[in-house]
Design a protein around this ligand. Structure first.
Ligand SMILES: [Zn+2]
Length: 178
């Protein structure tokens, strides 16, 4: 698989990041003819951990990638959107819920794999919010929504959608304990 060089049009393939690059650096896209480097910045994503009486709202993914895996309501930032606005929009689209104040609990690197492309790096921001009202109704990318005990989140042997989720749940447990 290759993409055309943005400068000269020659097909460019990914090659391993050079020695000394960041641990999360993806393979590079550098044109072998004109040496132009196609920048491969991380995509930003944001999500909300909605907490209610010792449980957190998780979703079962309805579509690829990672169909059937547990996920946190969230998704990719649209151009021009705030990170918090993205988190609220994704929560609304996937569960129908609106929440009050958001409290940032951290940001987490990951990789998003696409068939025929390889992967791009992602930077995932999460917020904590208290449930206020409403029954979550799974929609969009979500097949179902469930309240999972925070103490058990990510520890029950279920398949999680993304590698960074155990770290998110650890941060959540720390945040609710404070
Ligand atoms: Zn080129």
């Amino acid at each position: 698989m290759s993409v055309p060089c943005a400068r000269c049009g020659r097909p460019v393939r990914r090659t391993p990041a050079p020695e000394g690059a960041e641990p999360n650096a993806p393979p590079q896209l550098r044109c072998p003819r004109c040496r132009y480097l196609i920048y491969d910045y991380p995509r930003l994503a944001a999500g909300v951990l909605v907490v209610r009486r010792g449980t957190v709202l998780l979703l079962r993914r309805a579509s690829e990638p990672r169909r059937g895996c547990l996920d946190i309501p969230g998704g990719f930032l649209d151009a021009g959107e705030s990170i918090e606005g993205c988190a609220r929009r994704e929560l609304r689209e996937e569960t129908g819920l609106a929440v009050g104040a958001l409290r940032a609990i951290g940001h987490f690197w990951d990789r998003y794999y696409l068939r025929g492309f390889g992967f791009f790096p992602t930077m995932n921001f999460y917020y904590l919010a208290r449930w206020r009202s409403g029954v979550p109704v799974a929609a969009d990318d979500a097949a179902s929504a469930e309240w999972v005990p925070i103490a058990r989140a990510g520890r029950t042997g279920v398949r999680l959608a993304w590698a960074h989720m155990p770290a998110v749940f650890r941060a959540l447990r720390g945040a609710v304990a404070r």
